[in-house]
Design a protein. Structure first.
Length: 191
């Protein structure tokens, strides 16, 4: 299972935003986190594919451990989504832009349980489902999570974030937003 649209280091539009904005800017931080998240998704995709080659849990155990680490990193991205929902989306909605933030919230709600499901599956113990069923469940979950989260990131980097930069045009608002983001907190992998 390879997902060809997982780019390195991130989306083209995300790379352009990183060049345009200073480190510490709310959007710069969010795009930088996307680069990390895309790396975790790449790991999930690769590990899931490799796991399919093993016939026993004992053989696959090291890959399951790596997969659990990558899945935990995706779950740890919840602060990223909280900052978007509680700070960025609200500021956009305050300026009359409600459609895109609403869609992104719905996608967060769809993606969140998939991330947790993947973590649960990768961390399952030997008495849990037979290995063949476990591999299939992981493949099914990763097969829904990876392309949907990659597409979500592409929409945020390519549409939502540039739109936010246009409608939130007061630098003082961005300073206030940064303070509110600081209060929510950051991901363990945030630069």
């Amino acid at each position: 299972m390879t997902t060809p649209n997982i780019t390195n280091p991130g989306t083209e539009s995300g790379a352009a935003l990183l060049e345009q904005l200073s480190p510490g800017h709310v959007i710069h931080t969010m795009v930088s986190e996307h680069v990390h998240i895309l790396g975790f998704l790449r790991q999930v995709d690769e590990l899931t594919a490799k796991l399919g080659d093993f016939s026993s849990r004992e053989e696959g155990e090291p890959l399951l451990a790596e997969l659990a680490t990558a899945a935990q990193s995706l779950v740890d991205a919840e602060n990223h989504h909280a900052r978007e929902e509680q700070v960025l989306f609200i500021e956009m909605e305050n300026r009359g832009v409600s459609g895109p933030p609403s869609v992104m919230r719905q996608e967060h709600d769809f993606l969140r349980p998939l991330k947790h499901r993947l973590l649960d599956l990768a961390g399952s113990g030997p008495s849990d489902p037979p290995f063949a069923r476990l591999k299939q469940s992981i493949a099914d979950t990763a097969g829904r999570l990876v392309p949907n989260l990659v597409g979500h990131i592409q929409k945020e980097d390519g549409v939502l974030y540039p739109m936010a930069l246009q409608v939130i045009d007061d630098p003082a608002i961005w300073v206030d937003m940064k303070k509110r983001c600081d209060e929510i907190g950051y991901c363990p992998f945030t630069d």
